[in-house]
Write a protein that binds this ligand. Structure first.
Ligand code: NAD
Length: 303
């Protein structure tokens, strides 16, 4: 951890218009949170149905606020207009900060970031919501790496207070300052961290998932492990948490972590290393399209 966010904010350029790339679990949540706290946001995806799902989720969250009498229906309608769904980059010329939240794949993220960098203004900040991929690595092909940093939200975005703001080798102070200020404007608690695969939280979390994966390989019952971790005092066990994260995202992120820290990580994807051997149960579930809550079937079944 480098510095607390507050030290950067004095220099921050305000984010008046934001954009998010990807309308999935995270992109939808980021759009809702930004809209809810009053910063207009463009929500771009490559698929119509993803946009629909992102909007549906935002509507559901706003409707809950109405139910709890925290918003009137008029206020809800007004806040919803802060989210502008789109399949094109048409209005990206006027965006102050773009959060990239597409699939956890370095090649896809690299291509998307290069593409959007060519369309935005010279001072626009690009921030990646990657869970694990080094910011320095993602900055490799950017023309303005000083304008790029990590902005790592946690799932579900509307409930989790923490945001990791990650400073890559070439990230400039202005990018950190604007991202910290935007996170605060969204009602979050930003911390500024150094760059490495998994940053701070996932460096702690992924070895835990790896340990769970090895336990499963040795025949442990996932429901019992979940129950025991809940008794230990955690809000949910590893199997349920993996369903929330998405098994596809966990496998991809696990690959990045295993590459970064081979000595510390059991493998979530591919062939599990160490005791047990063979294919990891998490990889097998991913290959069988059991992706967790996003498609209603993971360790558990959802409606
Ligand atoms: P997701 O699969 O729910 O959504 C990804 C979305 O990106 C999809 O809607 C897909 O259509 C879209 N997409 C793909 N290529 C695109 C492109 N070129 N332009 C625009 N959209 C594109 O995934 P997610 O769980 O929302 O994860 C997104 C990112 O956030 C990943 O980097 C992930 O590691 C990170 N993240 C995930 C979690 C989590 O718990 N799921 C938590 C923190 C960070």
């Amino acid at each position: 951890v480098k510095k607390k966010g507050g030290q950067y904010e004095k220099q921050a350029r305000p984010v008046k218009q934001a954009a998010v790339l990807g309308a999935g679990i995270m992109g939808g949540g980021i759009a809702y949170q930004s809209a809810s706290k009053g910063t207009p946001i463009l929500m771009k995806d490559i698929k119509d149905d993803a946009i629909e799902l992102g909007l549906k989720e935002a509507r559901k969250l706003f409707a809950k606020q109405v139910e709890r009498k925290k918003l009137t229906t008029e206020q809800m309608a007004e806040k919803l207009t802060n989210i502008r769904p789109t399949l094109s980059y048409g209005d990206f010329g006027h965006v102050d900060l773009v959060v990239e939240a597409v699939v956890e794949n370095p090649k896809v993220k690299g291509a998307v970031l290069t593409e959007v960098e060519g369309l935005v203004g010279e001072e626009t900040i690009l921030a990646s919501n990657t869970s694990t991929i080094s910011i320095t690595r993602l900055a490799k092909n950017l023309k303005r790496p000083e304008n790029f940093c990590g902005m790592h939200f946690f799932n579900p975005v509307h409930r989790m207070p923490l945001v990791e703001v990650i400073r890559g080798e070439k990230t400039g102070d202005a990018a950190v300052a604007a991202t910290v200020a935007y996170a605060r404007a969204m009602g979050k608690t930003p911390i500024v961290v150094n760059d490495c695969p998994g940053f701070l939280v996932n460096r702690v979390l992924f070895p835990y998932f790896g340990g769970f994966s090895l336990l499963m390989q040795q025949g442990a019952d996932f429901q019992r492990v979940d129950r025991i971790m809940e008794r230990f005092g955690w809000p949910m066990g590893p199997a349920y948490l993996l369903d929330v994260v998405g098994l596809d995202t966990a496998v991809h992120a696990g690959e990045v972590m295993a590459e970064g820290f081979p000595e510390r990580m059991g493998s979530l994807g591919g062939e599990a290393k160490g005791e047990g051997g063979g294919k990891s149960a998490i990889q097998a579930m991913f290959e069988n399209d059991r992706l967790g809550q996003k498609n209603d079937k993971g360790f558990y079944a959802y409606e």
